[in-house]
Design a protein around this ligand. Sequence first.
Ligand code: NAD
Length: 272
Amino acid sequence: MIQGSTELVAIVGSPIAQVKSPENFNRWFTDHQQNVVMLAIDLAQPALDDFLQTLRGWQNLRGCVVTVPYKQMLASRLDSVSERSAALRSVNVIRREPDGRLVGDIVDGEGFLNAARKHGFNPKNKQALVIGTGGVGSAIAYSLCQAGVSHLVISDISDERVEVLGELLRRTFPESVISTRPASLEHFDLVVNASPVGMGATSDDGPLPLPAALMETLSANTLVTDVVTSPAVTPFLAFARSLGCPIQTGPEMALAQLGNLGHFMGVTPLDI
Ligand code: NAD
C-alpha cells in the first residue's frame, strides 16, 4: 500500500511495459518491509527536460533507473556523472541528492560481472570477447577492462562503433590488449553476446550473432553469456549449451544488477 510516508524510486523509458525492474524491486521492498515503491514511467521525449526539473524538486523521490531510449540523452543533462558514465556518455541510474542535484552512473557492466562471478568467473588476466558495442556492450567491455582482463576482443556490425570503443578502452586501460575480429573462439574464457540478436526468437535455430562455423570453435570450458532477456535461453546460448559450455542468461544479469542500482539510489544494500 502506498502511503503518504512512502518513498519513491522510478524507472523511466519508452516503451516501459516490458521492464522487469518494478516487480523485482517491489518484491524486494515488500519482502524486506521497506516503505519504498518503484513506479514505471513511460515518458514522451519532448517532456524530458521538464521531467528532469521535476525530479530535482521531487523531495520524496530517491532516484530513477533509466532505460531505452534515454540512457545517452540523459548523460549530458545531469548535474554530475561517474567517470565511466562520462567516458561512455551513458547513464542507467540517477540518484537525487537531498539538495535536488541529480547524479548519474552506468552499472550494466557491474551487474553483468556480479552474475558472471556467481558462475565462478574471475576477470583478472582472462581473455574475453564482447559482441555488440552499443550501450550495454560498451559498459560490459569497460567493466571487464576495469576488472583486469588481459585481452579483450570487441566486435560489431558497425566498424565505426568498434573503432570508437577500441580507442576509448586503449586510452583508459593501457594494460589490457584490445583487438577486434576474432578468427577463432577457442582461447576465450568468456564470450558475451551484447547485441540484440536472438531477442524474440522462438526456436533454437534462430539467428546467431556469429557465424555457426566460428561458434563451433568454442571450447566447453568457456562461459558463454547473453544480455537478451527474452527468451532467457537465446539460440546463441542454446548452441553454446549443446557444445557443453556453461551459460549465463540476460535475466541473470538483470537480477544481479538490482543491488548495484538500488545501492546507488540508496534504497538497497549492494549485495542483495
Ligand atoms: P544498442 O542498440 O545500444 O547496441 C546494440 C549493438 O549491437 C549495436 O552497436 C549494433 O550495431 C550491434 N549489433 C546488432 N547486430 C549485431 C550483430 N549481428 N553482430 C554484432 N553486433 C551487432 O542496444 P543496447 O542498449 O546495448 O541493448 C542491447 C541488448 O541488451 C538489448 O537486447 C537489450 O534488451 C539488452 N539489455 C539487457 C539488460 C540486462 O540486464 N540483461 C540490460 C539492458 C539491456
